[in-house]
Every structure is written in structure tokens, then in C-alpha cells.
Design a protein around this ligand. Structure first.
Ligand SMILES: *[C@@H]1O[C@H](CO)[C@@H](O)[C@H](O)[C@H]1NC(C)=O
Ligand SMILES: *[C@@H]1O[C@H](CO)[C@@H](O)[C@H](O)[C@H]1NC(C)=O
Length: 573
């Protein structure tokens, strides 16, 4: 009976800690009406702003793995200001964010109606360049590429009804929608029943932007603050300037060689919403995501798996030990036991348990790198749980992981060197070099190859050359020296003392049953931890690949704990 409120409170704690907590760099921006005489001075002194800047980001799609920059499509692009993009941190660049200025000219409290963005775009099929541009645009519509816009450091969302009287707010909206030759509309076309012509591309060339704000009345702020930015994409074939009738959609035929021309337009409406707090302005996006129940299910799921596994291991241990102890007890005196000389059962293991493995170098190196990864993940999660890496702080998560990983080279070197020494290894130079370069080299190699492919495809996800150099510099100038320092201390220490001696002669390994052979063992050992984490994994991969916002670090932390327990327990089989 008391479980529900407890769960509710826990959910609130876990989900809410990132809300309402902002770092100094993410301070709120005040806006004021430039038409009012009283605000002139404030505007001049920079106390408030009148221009509401709209930034565009790269476009991506779940149906295609390659994101493209905004200017790759033939949209309206401010050619001069394009280079003046806001600075991006390392994490943003690596994750493929490409934030650029746009031509949408929005002034605070100035509503616009069907305003032309950059004049007419015309496509003549006899012109090779123009038909190429049009085809690329159509391909974007077909593959459901999504815009991601930013106003006042917030995603511009497209909210629509989903089943069960709920609204889902998507931090992006599609380029357009396609109705197939059979007449079945693809996802986004259902927003308007008029988008129904067969084999037609409906381009969303008009957006209605709604910006809600709190004018600071009754709050101790100096000006107005923006609370949300929502939009509705529309496809409109304009009859004449300044008119945006919704019943005339702009359908581009799938296969016809006619000349087409259209304009991009936009409307802006400012909505006063006093009583809403600036600090909780992200809530409406996060609340519309149907995550929380699934998260609890995932935690319960992994807890059950952990309990089940621990029970199994305990039972097996008990049974084995019980048999062995009974056999020892059967020998009447200690003398007899000593005479018997030969040990049996689980005690036999002690003579071999600390025997150095066949490939001490590889194991020591992997242990070192593994401890580096685990430490950086744990520290990042702690930061994230404390709210430092909230989604408002774009790119902070990735930057944090990378910087921590690079700085934690010392523990990696130390663990690797100490273990290698304990295993009796002597080639310490090779060990240090392997620890600094092998895993990182493989990861960087794969990354570089993928980047090469993206670069050839003209995708925006390809990182610029300067970022590549920065990454290499971080690796060679920070990570490698730190690893060497760690290794120096690791080798100076005495090797770890084992509590029991290792026998001179290795014991014969008994005939193995099917399931203790390496391959089945690896598969069975991996299935259970995977079962524990797949829901979290789903959300994380979604946030990496399809621009969803990931913010439930509390849940991630919990499920990380249960997952490591599962791994430990599975390993002890
Ligand atoms: C944007 O709008 C403001 C006022 O509405 C106007 O003064 C300014 O010239 C416009 N800027 C551009 C680039 O069109
Ligand atoms: C489209 O752009 C042209 C200029 O290129 C302009 O004359 C026309 O009025 C615009 N149409 C709309 C609906 O804004």
C-alpha cells in the first residue's frame, strides 16, 4: 500500500535532479520589447535582448545513418553569417552537432504572419544543378530527415497527439512527408488529411512558430524570459504573397519533369504564460517522454535477474562445499587426513588459482584499460547524477567522458604495470606502450575509417580536420605521458603477494562438459547481463543516433549497479 508513494518520490528524485539546475554559463537570457521607449537604454547596455535568435542544427534520420548539415539541402541559408556559428565544445563536434545561424528573423513580441524567408526557389528539370538539388530534397523527405532547431538554448519542439490523450513533444520535425504509389502516407503525412495524393512529396515549406514567455511580472527578474518554443510544420502552395492557406498543400510529384517553384515562409506568435517557472521550462519535453514506467520495469527486471543468479550461485557453492566438508569429516583423525596427502574437491584449486595466465601481457593491458574506462564512466555518472550534465548543457556529457578518460591514464598505467609485474612479466616497455596504444589505437582506427566514409558521403557527422588533430593531441600529449607516470609507479611497487603458493606442476584440466567450453561460456555469461541492461541501452543508443534527450542518469546509475552485480555473479559460474 505504501509502495506507490515511495516509488513516486523516488521517481521524482531520480528524474528531477537534472531539472532546474543550471551551470553559470547557462544563465537565463532576458528579452525586452524594442518598441517600448523605456527599454531603449536596457537594450543598449545589453541587459536584455530584442532579437530572438533561431539556430539550425544538422539534419538526421532514423532511416539513414548519415546526418547532413543544413546547407547541404537547398533551404534558405544566410551566406554571410553562416561562418559565424556559436562556438561548440569537443563533445558537440564529436557527436555531430553543427549549430548554425538561420534566416528566420524573429524580434521579441513582434508577431509575424506568413512572412517570406528568402524569395522563390525554382527548380527547372533541364538544369542539372537544380534537378540535383530537388532530388536531394526529395530524398530527404523520403528518408524522413528531421530538422533540429534551437531557440534560446532550447530545442524547438513539434508537439502532436499520440494515443491515450497524451501529447508527445519531439525536439525536431520532418523535412516533409511522402505518400507512396499505393497511397499509404508515411508517418508525418497523417497530420493533415489533405496530404493524400499518390506518389507525392509534400515539402514542409511553412512553419508556425509559437514562443511562450513569462514577462517577469511578479518575479524578481529584470525582463521577460522565454519558456518554450514550439512549431507546426505545414506544406503550403502559396497563391500570393502574405497568404498561407492550409488547404493548398505543396505536393511535388514523384516522377514528372515539370518546372516547380515555391517559397519558404514562417509565422511567429508570442504567447504570454505567467506563472510558469523558467527553471522548469524543460519539463514539458521530458514529461512527454513515456520513459518512467519502462525505466522502473527495467530496474525490476535487472533486480530479479540479480537475485535469481545470486541464488543459483549460492546453491551451487553450498552443495559443492557441503559434499567436500562431509568427506573431510569422514576421515576420523587429523593424522589420517595428513596421511591421505592428496587433497580433493574445491581445495585442489588453491595450487593453480594464482598461476600466471598464458598471455600475461594482454591480460594486464586489458585490466589497465578496463579500469580506466570504468573509472571515467563512474565519475561521469556521478557528475551527471548531480545535475552538471543536464541536457541544457549541450555536449557536456561527451566532453566530460573524453576529458576524464584522457586524464585517467595514470590508473591505467599503474594497474597494468602492477599486474604485469605480479604475473612475472619483464618486458615493461612493451607493456606500457601496449597500454597506451592498443585499445585506443583500435578505437581510433575504427573511428577514422567511419569518418572517412562519412567524409566521402559529404555528411556533417564527419569531424573536421582540426578536431581530429585535437583528439590526437589529447591522446599523445596527455593520455600517453600520464600512462607512463602510472606505469612507473606500478613497476616500482612490489608485486602483489598471493595468499597461497602455486604448485610447480600445473594440474591436468579435467574433461570439460559442453557448457564450460569457452564459446558457450562466453555466450551464456553475456546473455544475462545483456538482459539486464538492454532497456537502458535502447534509450542511450536512441539518444546517440536519433536525437532524443537522455536525462535519466539516476536510473542509469542504478541499472549500472545491478548490471555490474550481474556480471560479477555470471562470472563466478
Ligand atoms: C529583422 O527584423 C527587424 C524588425 O522586424 C528589421 O529591422 C531587420 O532589418 C530585419 N533583419 C533582416 C536581416 O531582415
Ligand atoms: C516568393 O518570392 C518571390 C520573390 O522571389 C516574391 O515575389 C513572392 O511574393 C514570394 N511569395 C510569397 C508567397 O511570399
Amino acid at each position: 500500500m505504501y509502495l506507490r508513494p515511495v516509488i513516486a518520490v523516488l521517481t521524482a528524485c531520480l528524474a528531477a535532479e537534472v531539472r532546474g539546475f543550471y551551470l553559470p554559463g547557462l544563465a537565463p537570457v532576458s528579452y525586452c520589447d524594442p518598441t517600448k521607449e523605456a527599454n531603449k537604454e536596457k537594450l543598449e547596455q545589453g541587459e536584455c535582448r530584442s532579437k530572438v535568435e533561431l539556430f539550425v542544427n544538422r539534419l538526421d534520420s532514423v532511416e539513414s545513418i548519415i546526418p547532413y548539415e543544413y546547407d547541404r539541402f537547398d533551404f534558405c541559408v544566410p551566406t554571410e553569417e553562416w561562418a559565424k556559428s556559436p562556438t561548440e565544445n569537443l563533445g558537440q563536434v564529436l557527436f555531430g552537432d553543427r549549430i548554425r545561424p538561420s534566416m528566420y528573423n524573429i524580434s521579441f513580441l513582434k508577431d509575424e504572419k506568413c512572412k517570406d524567408l528568402c524569395g522563390a526557389k525554382s527548380y527547372d528539370p533541364t538544369n542539372a544543378d537544380q534537378s540535383k538539388n530537388l532530388n536531394f530534397l526529395k530524398r530527404g523527405v523520403l528518408q524522413n530527415y528531421q530538422h533540429h532547431w534551437i531557440i534560446d538554448n532550447m530545442p524547438v519542439t513539434w508537439c502532436y497527439d499520440v494515443e491515450g490523450d497524451r501529447k508527445y513533444c519531439n525536439p525536431g520535425f520532418p523535412v516533409g512527408c511522402y505518400v507512396t504509389k499505393k497511397g499509404t502516407p508515411k508517418d508525418a503525412c497523417v497530420i493533415n488529411p489533405l496530404y493524400n495524393e499518390k506518389d507525392t512529396y509534400y515539402l514542409f515549406n511553412h512553419v508556425d512558430i509559437f514562443i511562450s514567455y513569462n514577462d517577469g511580472e511578479g518575479e524578481n527578474w529584470p525582463g521577460a524570459r522565454l519558456l518554450s518554443a514550439k512549431l507546426e510544420p505545414k506544406s503550403i502552395n502559396h497563391p500570393k504573397p502574405g497568404e498561407c492557406p492550409e488547404d493548398r498543400p505543396l505536393g511535388l510529384p514523384g516522377s514528372k519533369a515539370d518546372k516547380v517553384h515555391f517559397n519558404y515562409t514562417y509565422s511567429v506568435e508570442f504567447v504570454l504564460q505567467n506563472g510558469h517557472k523558467w527553471a522548469s521550462r524543460w519539463d514539458y519535453i521530458l514529461d512527454s517522454m513515456p520513459h518512467t514506467n519502462i525505466q522502473w520495469f527495467s530496474i525490476m527486471n535487472s533486480l530479479v535477474i540479480v537475485l535469481f543468479l545470486s541464488g543459483m550461485v549460492a546453491m551451487i557453492l553450498l552443495r559443492t562445499l557441503h559434499k567436500d566438508i562431509a568427506r573431510y569429516n569422514q576421515m576420523e583423525s587429523a593424522l589420517e587426513a595428513e596421511e591421505a596427502q592428496e587433497e580433493f574437491g574445491w581445495k585442489l584449486v588453491h595450487g593453480d588459482i594464482f598461476r600466471p595466465p598464458g598471455a600475461p601481457m594482454l591480460l594486464a593491458m586489458l585490466l589497465g584499460t578496463g579500469s580506466q574506462i570504468i573509472m571515467s564512466v563512474v565519475v561521469t555518472l556521478v557528475f551527471a547524477c548531480l545535475g552538471f550534465l543536464s541536457p541544457a548543457n549541450r555536449g557536456a556529457l561527451m566532453t566530460c567522458v573524453i576529458i576524464l578518460y584522457v586524464c585517467l591514464g595514470t590508473p591505467a598505467g599503474y594497474v597494468s604495470a602492477r599486474m604485469y609485474k605480479t604475473f612475472g612479466g619483464e618486458r615493461w616497455k612493451t607493456n606500457v606502450l601496449m597500454t597506451s596504444f592498443l585499445v585506443q589505437g583500435v578505437v581510433f582506427g575504427v573511428f577514422f575509417m567511419m569518418n572517412l566514409v562519412l567524409w566521402v558521403e559529404g555528411s556533417s557527422a564527419a569531424i573536421p580536420f582540426s578536431t581530429l588533430i585535437a583528439l590526437l593531441a589529447l591522446w599523445f600529449c596527455v593520455s600517453v605521458p600520464l600512462t607512463f607516470i602510472g606505469a612507473y609507479f606500478g613497476f616500482k611497487k612490489r608485486p602483489i603477494e598471493h595468499p597461497v603458493r602455486t604448485n610447480q606442476i600445473p594440474r591436468q584440466i579435467p574433461e570439460q562438459s559442453f557448457y564450460t567450453k569457452p564459446l558457450p561460456g562466453i555466450i551464456m555469461g553475456g546473455v544475462l547481463p545483456f538482459g539486464c541492461i538492454f532497456i537502458q541501452l535502447f534509450f542511450i543508443l536512441n539518444s546517440i543516433w536519433s536525437h532524443q534527450i537522455y536525462y535519466m542518469f539516476g536510473f542509469l546509475f542504478l541499472s549500472g549497479l545491478t548490471r555490474s552485480t550481474t556480471c560479477l555473479v555470471s562470472c563466478s559460474y
